[in-house]
Ligand binder design. Sequence first.
Ligand SMILES: C[S@@+](CC[C@H](N)C(=O)[O-])C[C@H]1O[C@@H](n2cnc3c(N)ncnc32)[C@H](O)[C@@H]1O
Length: 267
Amino acid sequence: MTGVERWRELNLAWWEERAPLHEASAFYRSGGGGVESFELDDLGSVDGLSIVHPQCHIGTDLISLAERGADVVGLDFSANAIAGAQRLAAAAGVSDRAEWITSDVYDSVAAVEGRTFDVVYTGKGALCWLPDMERWAGVMWDLCRPGGQLYLSEFHPLQDVLEWETTHFERSYFFAGGEVFDDAAGSYADREASTTHDVVVDFVHSLSSIVQAVLDAGFVLESFREFPFTVYARWPFLEEREPGVWFMPEDRPELPLMFSLRARRPD
Ligand SMILES: C[S@@+](CC[C@H](N)C(=O)[O-])C[C@H]1O[C@@H](n2cnc3c(N)ncnc32)[C@H](O)[C@@H]1O
C-alpha cells in the first residue's frame, strides 16, 4: 500500500497519540476547541435539541453545547479521544446529557444504530482528514432527521494550500488525492510535545466541492459565511485581536480563514 492508501491507519495512530496530550494541553484546557461565538450566532438556541458530532475529538465543542441544554452524541475513531471526552464531560457535570462512541465517521450511522438528530454538528479541523466528500455528505444526511440541520464550521481550504511558515502557495487548491506528511511531530495544541507517530495523510477539499457534496446529498443551503479570522493561530504573524481569535495583520491583505455552512434536510 502507498502512504496515501494507509491514510486511515496513519491518521488514527497520529490522533491516538495526540488525544491524551490534548486533554492535558493548555490549548484545550484554556477553552480552545469549545464552541465559538460565531457558531452560536449561526446555530441559535440549542436548548433541548439533540446534536450529533462526528469527529468530536475530546468532546470540547459538544460539552459546551450540552452546557447550553443540548443532548449530545459524540463519535470519533480515536478511542483515546472518546475516553478523554468521557472524562471531560464528567468533570463539566454533563455526563447525563452526553453519549460517546468510538467510530469512524464513515461508520457513524451504524454506530448510532440509525438514530437521527436535530443537528449534525461538525468541523474545525475535520474535513482535511477525509478522502471522500460525497460519502461524508451522505453520512451527514443519514444522521440528520427530516427537518433537521447540518452545521459545518471549518478552516478555509485556502489555508491548506499555503505553507505553514511563509504562506507561499505550495499545494493545489483542487482535490489532488491525499498527501503524506512525515514531519507532523508535536501537535497544533502543543508544538513542543514529544511524539513518535509523526506521519499524517491529509486532503484538500475546495469550498465548491464541499458545498456541492452537501447539495448533492439533498440538503438545502440556508446560510454560508466566510470569515477573515481563525480560531487557531496557524501562522506566527497572525494578530490575536480578541482572546482566541486571530486575524491577518493590518498591513497584509485579508484572507478568508474560516467558513460556516448551515443546511437543512427537507421534511
Ligand atoms: C481537530 S479534531 C476536530 C474536533 C474539534 N473541532 C476539535 O478541535 O477538537 C479532528 C478529529 O477528527 C478525528 N478523525 C480523523 N479522521 C477520522 C475518521 N476517519 N473517522 C472518525 N474520526 C476521525 C480525529 O480523531 C480527531 O479527533
